[in-house]
Design a protein around this ligand. Sequence first.
Ligand code: AKG
Ligand code: FE2
Length: 521
Amino acid sequence: MGKNNKRKRTAAIPAQPAKLPTPPSDSPSSTTLIESEDLECTINVLETLCEFPDELSEKEMKVLKRKVHELYRVMADGSGLGNSLTSKISTALSDYRFTDALIYLFEMYTRKLHPKLGALQRWVRECDATSGADGSPGDLEALKCLDMILRIANMSHTSDVSDERKVLGTKGSLNDKKIGGGGGGMDDNDVVRRKQVWKARENTQGEIRIWEKIKNGTLFDTPPTLPFPNFLPVHHVRAAERKPPNLYDSTVYGSSPGAISLLETSQRTKPSKVDVPGVPGAFVVLDVFTPEECLQIVKAAEAIGWEKDEAAGGSAINKTSILAKNFVWLSDSSFLDHFYSSILPFVPATAPLSVDGNGGGKVRGINARFRVYQYTENQLYRPHIDGAWPAAGLDPTTGEYLHDSSPPEDPLWSRYTLLVYLNGEGDIPKDTGCTTFFLPSDRIGLMEATSVRPIQGAVLCFPHGDTTGSLLHEGSAVGSGGVKYVIRTDLLYEAKGFGQFKPPASVGVKQGGKEEEGIGG
Ligand SMILES: O=C(O)CCC(=O)C(=O)O
Ligand SMILES: [Fe+2]
């Protein structure tokens, strides 16, 4: 609470000086974070509201009510801020005390407490801390923590285990083997049960092997001209100024309509939807883009250049969670219109409800900010839960790049991840480079992994952000000699009930969404 705003409403507030606790500033109980004047003012406001509850119906009270609700949640969570179960779990995980963390997590699970998405995302990253560079797990306790986190996050377990494959081996990567237990078939010590890699379509005829063309030097008929036609840099942030700081600069390239020439509707295969079996809320829309259109996108990225992405600080896992290089593309209206109209018949018309009961806004479009990833051999995107994003765009008057371009009176936020596979079968070795979902099974301590095989021009869609259906997933490592190209963007919904600017639990994005890049995908 800012000092300038203090006591603005004093005329309407009965004076209650005798009741106000005002700890002296040198009191051992005083906190360094909250000044005594601010504390006094806050108590004053709360007491007034208790006495005159009608005031709560005023519009400007909305934010306050939300904050009080959050405070109540923290207080109900246990023994105060510092000692809350959430922070105990965070500390145990970052200290690699996975057995302690598991005990606290179990307590949280049995008490049916729901941490915020930001905490869940952090925990997921920490749990992966012991994995090897190739994604092979080192600590089974960490994976058990991951299982418990999924259960706390209320991710419904799957009953469809008919196509389950009992994978053998004692140790392996998340990408190709069972994890945990001894040799032989499934046993009580197994932590991950993998299903057969799933393909939305068997027939891959007509796919263009883009990586093959690059290897042969036949991607371009003539060397590309720079600046690449119809693409221009619209935003550049130096490495140290990125939030959080990165080791590499980041550039956003905007395209103009027609940059990617799209096949006429009459000549296209009609898009169709296939649900991912056993992964609630996840589905694939086939034939959104033609192989030729995918090729054009990779050509633009190859000609303009890929950028590396590595956090400058934080734990080792933060630094290495995304090993792919990327090309950030602010897409133009004609490309977006085609993309959106192709998937619209298949996507949920309204946003799923958030953990706190907000949500339900109408679907409105696709985030123009595309992250085009290039994964080479052994590169991966470690298990994570995607965060929600605002609608990026250019200011219509100044042309300035805005991380959050929707007007405050009509805020848009994402609730679904969209992954556009730009290449598939021919370029990515069998059973590798999939998008793999992890779900709790019917047995505590055992997760089920479902891997979705990339199909060129198809879009994988699944819920993300602060909803009960958000899915833990990874971009599994690409096998020997292969390369995978994929676009990550988001499906935007009216942020009804999310407050003026943002949903309550979006991560890493400051109020207004204008400053931070966000964490957790
Ligand atoms: O590459 C993939 O399959 C997954 C990418 C992903 O999870 C993301 O971009 O958030
Ligand atoms: Fe993701």
